[in-house]
Every structure is written in C-alpha cells, then in structure tokens.
Design a protein around this ligand. Structure first.
Ligand SMILES: *Cc1c(COP(=O)(O)O)cnc(C)c1O
Length: 367
C-alpha cells in the first residue's frame, strides 16, 4: 500500500467543479492583481479568526517580515523565538537587521519553553515570536503576560495553526499581529504561495498594508519605501473555496491523529504526540519520537510509506547561524530531539486503512 506524506489531489477532486469555476472566473475577468477575490478572502479570513483586519500577502515569510518592519524592529534589536521552527521565523528577524535569540522547546509539546524565555530578555529585546508548531498552540496566555511585563511586542507565527485554539482562544488573536502561510501543504493551502497577516490594531494594519504595497495605500502616493508582497488573485479565489471546509479538515486531521495515537500506544520505542490540556490541536504535522529513527525511515520507505523530519537541524545549529556560536547544549531538549523526531503521513483525507498500515509497519519494524 502506498501512503504519501501529503496528497493534495484528493482534496482538489472533492472540490473540482467549484474550484475550476473560481479560477476560470478570475481568468475571464482578467483582473489579476487585487480585486474582489482578495478583498472577500481578507474579510472571510479575518472573521473566521475573529479579528478586524486581514492583509493578504505573498507568503507566510513576507507576513512575518512585514509585521516586524512595520513595528519598527531593526538594527540593534533582539527578537526571541523558538529553537525548533522553519527558518522563516528567524531569517525575517535578521532581514530586519535585528538578532534572533533562540529559546529551547517544551519537552512534551515542542513549542517554546515559557520557563526559559525571561532568562533571554535583555535591554535590547523588542519582541517575542512564539511558533504554534505542528498545529498546537504555545502557551500564549503566559507568553502574553511576559510580553506585557517587559513591554515587548507579541507576534504569533501561525503558519501551522489555522484556527487552532488554546483555552478557547484562537491562534493569532492574542498578539499585536500574526502571520499565516497558505503554502500548499498547510492546513489552509493555496495552489502556490500565499500568506496573510491578521491584527486588531487599525493604524498598524494600515502601515502593514502600505509597506506590503510599495509604501503606498493609494497608487503613486508612496509615503515610505516598501516591498511588493500581495496575495495573488487566483490564490485568493482558491482560498475562498477552501476556507468554509477548513474547520472540518482540521477535525479530520485530529481524528486521524487520535487513531494513530491509539494504534501506537503500546509501542515502547516511540512517543506519540501529547495534547496540552485545553488545546485544540489541528495536527498540521503528526510528529512522533522514535528509537532507531533513521532505520525506521528506510524501513517505512520500502513499504511505500513516506515520512519527513520537521526539522532535521534546529535553527541555531544551522550553518546560517554559525556566527551566533551556539552548541547543542544551549538547547538540550530541541537538540536531543532532532535525532528522534519523525513526521508520519498526515492530511485530512488519509484513510483508516492507511493509518493502520503505517502503525502495523512501525510495529513490525521494532519486532
Ligand atoms: C510555512 C511556514 C512559514 C512560512 O511560510 P511560507 O508561506 O512558506 O513563506 C513560516 N513559519 C512556519 C512555522 C512555517 O511552517
């Protein structure tokens, strides 16, 4: 049996008529930049999250960069983030001229360890970017309290957490502004690059919209220099078709994860994902920790099961951050986990028999 890591075809075919019509209507209108699909997606996504403003941008990386720049973060500043994430979270901090300051992760839930944040705060710290990794939110209430106490901006990286919740609070609604990615494999994925920022702050919203559009809210009236980062009209039309299904897809992912957890509960060589009490985990990724991880990957691949690692090297130990002179012992949890974490196939349409086959194969490997 073949079990792909992600299969985007099933979902496309389930929405084919509506999707084709939405794309064709953009082609017929030939309004390829901005227009109704973008405005309506921005409104729909803002209201799905429960905030006032949504600004569609080119991708999730730009979303982070635009937020940081529009908050005035730059040279000499420090921004705290998690040691285990995708490089967008830290490279955008550097691109602003600031320095990323990494914090180890929580041993059970993989998000930033809140107990280790305050030890990294200095006079230069301007912001904290928690990453709601794998689809489970970081302890946003505690992080928010730390930000208030030290007068820091809270920016949420929600690229893996569309509509995830913690203590009945949605991802992206606590911070001053939050970044989302619509990379095709994300829980809400476009058919190309796409991203968005949400915020409740009116003046920040208009500064971010201006910066993302060459520093102009009205054509030719450039108040500042900005960048060109827009949510593509065709992508917005696609996202409008998908958004009403997001909640259901998130639930299907959760159902799949619960089945994996149940089937793998009695395998002592692996540790299945844990839920924070009061969290709605949306399982962007289903990540286990496995003994003999690399041999397991090869064994599963031979059986037709694709797996991935998120991420093989933690951010501070990447060559890109050599200049920070970090060693694995600076991040004991994240560094030790990078050799055992393994992402199993996860997408809403994954079939029960596929999940059972993956679980059986893992058990067979350890026998
Ligand atoms: C996907 C992702 C991003 C960046 O999104 P792009 O749309 O690919 O630029 C940022 N942060 C995290 C945690 C991500 O997973």
């Amino acid at each position: 049996m073949q079990v792909p890591f992600v299969d985007l075809k099933v979902q496309y075919h389930s929405l084919k008529n509506e999707m084709d019509a939405a794309v064709l209507s953009v082609l017929h209108n030939t309004k390829f930049i901005g227009g109704e699909p973008v405005t309506s997606f921005e409104n729909n996504f803002a209201s799905a999250c429960g905030l006032k403003h949504c600004i569609g941008v080119g991708n999730g990386t730009d979303a982070l960069y635009i937020i940081l720049k529009s908050l005035g973060i730059g040279a000499g500043d420090e921004v705290i983030t998690a040691a285990n994430s995708w490089i967008s979270t830290s490279e955008t901090i550097s691109q602003c001229g600031a320095t990323p300051v990494f914090v180890d992760i929580d041993p059970n839930y993989y998000t930033i360890d809140v107990n280790k944040i305050e030890g990294k705060i200095t006079a230069k710290t301007k912001a904290i970017i928690p990453v709601h990794l794998y689809g489970q939110m970081a302890e946003i209430d505690k992080i928010s309290a730390i930000c208030k106490k030290h007068n820091l901006f809270l920016i949420e990286d929600c690229a893996q957490a569309h509509l995830a919740e913690y203590k009945a609070v949605k991802a992206g609604t606590t911070g001053i502004a939050s970044a989302f990615s619509f990379y095709p494999g994300k829980n809400l994925g476009a058919y190309g690059d796409g991203g968005a920022i949400i915020t409740n702050d009116d003046s920040l919203a208009s500064r971010m919209r201006m910066f993302a559009n060459h520093g102009a809210l009205i054509k030719h009236q450039h108040q500042i220099e900005g960048i060109n980062s827009r949510l593509d009209t065709i992508q917005a039309a696609i996202l409008n078709v998908k958004l009403p299904h997001l909640q259901m897809w998130n639930k299907q992912r959760l159902t799949n994860a619960l089945l994996y957890n149940q089937l793998l509960a009695d395998v002592p060589q692996i540790i299945t994902p844990k839920f924070r009490p009061e969290a709605t985990h949306i399982f962007h990724l289903y990540v286990i920790r496995a003994q003999k991880r690399n041999e397991l990957i090869d064994y599963l691949a031979e059986k037709g099961i694709q797996t991935q690692i998120h991420y093989p090297t933690i951010l501070p130990l990447l060559p890109a951050y050599k200049y920070l002179n970090h060693k694995p012992s600076d991040f004991p949890i994240a560094a030790s986990y990078q050799d055992s974490i393994l992402s199993l196939p996860m997408f809403p349409e994954l079939k029960e028999e596929q999940i059972k086959f993956v679980a059986q194969s893992i058990k067979a490997f350890y026998k």
